[in-house]
Ligand binder design. Structure first.
Ligand code: ADP
Length: 663
């Protein structure tokens, strides 16, 4: 990663340069440095002319400063040639000055100050890089490590082991800095040998067993002769390194069949030990970690934690391979990270083909009329972050697949939800679609087939009611038949319209600009006679500047009618029903409020369901009631992109309302 140099790095490089120059100047004035004449014996050193003190100091400081700043700016690899040239120049001019001009041009102090300045500047650069490395490592490992404490995970692992093996004791050991085994977690099963006088020697034997296991990197077991118990030491290996040893004592003989289980559980223990070691290591100041052994150990621990997390994430990803839906994950360069077996089946691909494909090649396999440009779908997902969803109908294969393409985001708090990949989810909906179609075909078929005989029943019953020759009691029965058959056909009609609405897509409803306050006014006028019959005051609350909505006029009018009708029907005489229209942010709300019977809390959710009726005393025989009115309202409102609402208190009244998006 190429980072812009921080200004502080120039400050420290300058301090190093000036310091090196002044230090060498001090050594020169104290006469500690060797004289040129020591190396080149020519004329007498007494004749040698020297420069003025201030010039010497300035030369040394400038030279050291120039070298340290150059190194800081360009790094050693890019500027070593220039440094070589400057050293050769210093040596050359020094020799010429000495031999020809008989002047000491300070080659030795210059070389020394330059060398010192380069050495310290390089150490400073490495130190600063190390600080960055430590910060990045500790930050990433701490971020992955916080959720559950390392020690808790070790103990939970031991408990899990106890469910599959008859443990009397289990101890997890970790290697400390001086390579001796330290217990970090312990689990006690049936503590039979707590008072055992041989306890110390048993402990020592256990440690020996652990050391053998660690040295051989193999599981070692020992059965206690005469007693029905055994001791097993399992090396805890993580990425070919031994992090510690697990010592378990069993209340039965150890069976070799359990070795693979222990090896698998052991690697998880090893990963948790890395976590434990990282959280335990209290390395001192981060800035001095470059010079400290504990600091370096902590960096290794942090790296091991990261490796452990990588392994665990592989485990998370592998669960996707076992699910019944097709799943694929791609990185943001299009490379496929994972394609599960089900998706390969949907795409008709052999597993080995995947390594040569990218996400577009894979999506290409799902091209249909509605999904003919996979690149456009992916681009839209990347641009907007919104999910793409499409129903792909493969007629030749008689298969309907639901495809979802979504953006995966990094959930780490520090990453501000940054996108990190693309997920494809393919679900086979053939059976569900077939079932839904069958169901709705059946419903509409039945309803149509029922309507014809019902019309005849109703027609003839009405004819008979007018027949004077029929005895009065029989005529009463006939009129019941006429009423009931009428009710039934009303019910079928409403049911049919709700089902039809449900089968329609939102786009299919014919929408025109509509003023809801006008719809309300018309409905009130048409229902005034019904309200008057019950001596109910039906009023409109005047509204100001209501914007139009896009809606199907007859559907919305019927919905408002249903609500007002209900308010009249479920209110006692001499009460008021108020209908209002109001503007709410981006929607227009129509509310119908009554002072009627209200709706019990447990029925509030269900009143919108088909055929649901609130049971109240005296209302069971209500001929008008079908339980379909409100489900029709909800269906219509949702088809228009709106929402229904209910606020009601039993015995006090109800407020039914719905919103539709404003134009
Ligand atoms: P119904 O044909 O039975 O009126 P709805 O779907 O319109 O069918 O209503 C479902 C149930 O909700 C009704 O049985 C009724 O008890 C209750 N309900 C509807 N509106 C009101 C209201 N304004 N006040 C009290 N109860 C109501």
């Amino acid at each position: 990663m190429n980072q812009l140099k921080a200004p502080t790095s120039y400050v420290s490089a300058s301090v190093i340069g000036i310091g090196a120059g002044l230090a060498v100047y001090a050594a020169q004035t104290m006469g500690i440095l060797p004289n040129l004449a020591t190396f080149i014996p020519a004329t007498s050193p007494l004749d040698l002319k020297t420069l003025d003190d201030s010039i010497i100091a300035a030369c040394l400081v400038v030279f050291a400063l120039a070298l340290s700043l150059t190194l800081n700016r360009f790094g050693f690899r890019r500027c070593w040639r220039w440094m070589l040239v400057s050293i050769v120049t210093v040596c050359g001019t020094g020799t010429v000055g000495f031999l020809v001009l008989n002047v000491d041009l300070l080659p030795i102090p210059l070389l020394l100050s330059g060398g010192l300045s380069l050495l310290f500047a390089q150490i400073n650069r490495l130190w600063s890089l190390d600080r960055q490395l430590a910060r990045a490592l500790f930050h990433s490992s701490a971020g992955t490590n916080d959720a559950i404490g390392a020690n808790t995970r070790l103990l939970s692992g031991l408990k899990l082991l106890n469910t599959v093996l008859p443990l009397s004791e289990a101890v997890v050991f970790r290697y400390d800095e001086i390579d001796s085994l330290q217990p970090v977690a312990r689990f006690k099963g049936a503590a039979r040998n707590a008072q055992d006088p041989r306890r110390n020697s048993v402990w020592r034997e256990g440690i020996d067993l652990c050391q053998r296991a660690a040295a051989s990197r193999q599981l070692v077991s020992q059965t206690t002769p005469g007693q029905n118990s055994s001791t097993v030491a399992v090396p805890l290996l993580h990425e070919s390194e031994t992090a510690g040893v697990l010592l378990i004592r069993l209340t039965s003989e150890f069976s070799a069949d359990d070795a693979p289980l222990l090896a698998a559980v052991g690697s998880q223990f090893a990963r948790n030990l890395e976590r434990e070691s990282f959280s335990q290591n209290q390395a001192g100041s981060q800035s001095l970690s470059y010079f400290s052994q504990a600091g370096s150990k902590k960096k290794i621990d942090a790296l091991n934690v990261l490796k452990a997390v990588t392994v665990e994430q592989r485990c998370e990803a592998s669960t996707l391979t076992h699910i019944d839906d097709g799943v694929a994950i791609a990185y943001l360069d299009g490379t496929l990270a994972l394609v599960n077996k089900t998706l390969l089946g949907f795409a008709g691909l052999a597993p080995e083909r995947v390594s040569t494909m990218d996400v577009f090649d894979l999506l290409h396999k799902f091209r249909t009329d509605v999904f003919d440009e996979p690149t456009i779908a992916v681009r839209r997902v990347l641009q907007t972050g919104d999910e793409y969803q499409g129903e792909l109908n493969f007629e030749k294969k008689s298969q309907i697949l639901n495809l979802r393409i979504s953006l995966l985001r990094d959930r780490q708090p520090a990453s501000i939800n940054e996108p990190i990949g693309i997920a494809l989810h393919v679900k086979d909906v053939t059976a569900t679609k077939e079932y839904e179609k069958l169901k709705s075909d059946m419903i509409s078929l039945m309803s149509h087939e029922l309507r014809t005989p019902l019309t005849s029943i109703n027609g003839f019953a009405e004819l008979l009611t007018a027949d004077e020759t029929i005895p009065p009691q029989a005529r009463e029965f006939v009129s019941i038949i006429a009423n009931e058959s009428q009710r039934m056909s009303r019910m079928i009609n409403t049911f049919l319209s709700v089902t039809q609405l449900q089968r329609k897509d939102k786009q299919e409803v014919l929408k025109i600009p509509l003023r809801l306050d006008e719809v309300v006014r018309e409905t009130i006028t048409s229902l005034q006679p019904v309200a008057k019959k019950k001596r109910i005051r039906l009023v409109e609350q005047p509204a100001h500047r209501i914007p139009p909505v896009a809606a199907d006029k007859s559907l919305i009018t019927q919905a408002v009618k249903n609500l007002v009708n209900n308010a009249i029907k479920y209110s006692p005489e001499r009460t008021t029903v108020t209908v209002s229209t109001a503007l709410e942010a981006e929607a227009v709300r129509v509310s119908v409020e009554d002072r009627g019977f209200g709706i019990p809390a447990e029925s509030k959710e269900r009143v919108w369901d088909k055929f649901y009726r609130v049971v109240r005393e005296g209302q069971e025989k209500d001929e008008e009631s079908t339980g379909l009115g409100l489900s029709f309202v909800r269906e219509v409102v949702e088809q228009h992109g709106g929402q229904v609402d209910l606020d009601s208190e039993e015995g006090r009244g109800s407020k039914f309302s719905f919103t539709l998006p404003r134009l």
